[in-house]
Design a protein around this ligand. Structure first.
Ligand code: ADE
Ligand code: ZN
Length: 322
């Protein structure tokens, strides 16, 4: 049997292939910047901050609610074909609003696309409403207010992505309080391109159940012990880290050292076409780089299911599939 894959860290807009983005741009009459793509058609970006710029540029192709239907349908059906049985997807109400799409309309379209993929493949999933750190505190608070005002059964988490060097986690505490009070699971991108202190500050101020990336923790033994003690789950995306230049190869990721120190670790594809990966490749590369057994890999999926932002009945069904 193929190993059931769980992806707790994937961005909806970042999962859109260059082909899909070009098709949406053509359908919507949007002229994308010529320097968004390499000659071979892949996304062009040079470093982490340029990646964030290219990401925003590609999002300009997304103009209509039905585009979100296509993004959700394509992501979930493609990932299901790779063996994913459950995926959580970060969604950006800010990028939708920039195209004049209101959050409730975005949600209806996402539900439609996801439901079609689920009906066809059996894939399960949820959405994580995600603020963008470098868009500022006020926007993050507006995003959290949307979660409160428009609750949706498929939106079960709240997170923050974007430029980790912008501001301090404590600046965003009010936004996270609103999201937590709306019943959402909390995850924070930290320790991706900044150091251990960035993770500690996120833990102190925002009390997340999960950290997006978190790999920089390996530089601080007391932080590693704290993550293990507190049972905080890391959504590790080694292919993404390699693409942005944090590590040279899968074997250099601290994935195994963190796991062996007792930290709960899961895997994510992050922004698959930008980083030339997908969730099946992440599992396969990690297994190969660290010579892990099938039970080791199954344990990664089990940890991810236990950490998923979904109800217990859904978790029980997913655990049965393992
Ligand atoms: N937004 C999309 N992908 C991201 C990443 N890897 N880090 C921070 N923000 C992001
Ligand atoms: Zn991410």
């Amino acid at each position: 049997m193929k190993l059931p894959l769980i992806d707790l860290h994937c961005h909806l807009e970042g999962a859109a292939s260059p082909t899909l983005i070009r098709a949406l741009a053509a359908r919507n009459g949007v002229q994308l910047p010529a320097d968004l793509f390499n000659a071979d058609g892949s996304y062009l970006w040079k470093d982490f901050s340029h990646f964030l710029e290219s990401y925003d540029a590609a999002c300009q192709a997304i103009r209509k609610p039905e585009d979100f239907f296509d993004l959700a349908y394509t992501h979930f059906s493609d990932a299901a074909r790779l063996g994913m049985i459950y995926g959580e997807v970060f969604i950006s109400a800010d990028h939708a609003a920039a195209s004049g799409i209101a959050y409730p309309e975005m949600l209806t379209a996402l539900e439609g696309g996801f439901s079609k993929a689920r009906a066809q493949t059996g894939v399960e999933g949820r959405f994580v409403l995600t603020a963008i750190r470098h868009y500022g505190v006020e926007k993050a608070e507006q995003t959290a207010a949307l979660a409160h005002e428009f609750p949706h059964p498929l939106v079960t988490g709240f997170g923050i992505a974007g430029d980790e060097a912008f501001g301090q986690p404590a600046d965003f505490a009010r936004a996270f309080d609103v999201a937590r009070n709306a019943g959402l699971g909390i995850t924070v991108h930290a320790g991706e391109v900044c150091g251990p202190q960035s993770i500690a500050a996120a833990l102190d101020a925002l009390k997340p159940a999960r950290i997006g990336h978190g790999v920089a923790a390996i530089g601080d033994a007391s932080l590693v012990a704290r993550l293990a003690d507190e049972g905080v789950v890391l959504e590790i995306c080694p292919g993404s880290n390699i693409a942005v230049g944090v590590y040279g190869a899968y074997g250099q990721s601290p994935f195994l050292r963190l796991r062996d120190a007792g930290v709960k670790v899961s895997l994510g594809a992050d922004d698959p076409p930008y980083f030339h990966t997908d969730i099946a490749n992440e599992y396969a590369q990690v297994q190969q780089a660290f010579d892990l057994s099938a039970p080791d890999m199954l344990a990664i999926s089990k940890t991810a299911i236990e950490a998923a932002f979904c109800d217990d009945a859904t978790k029980a069904k997913l655990l049965e599939k393992l």
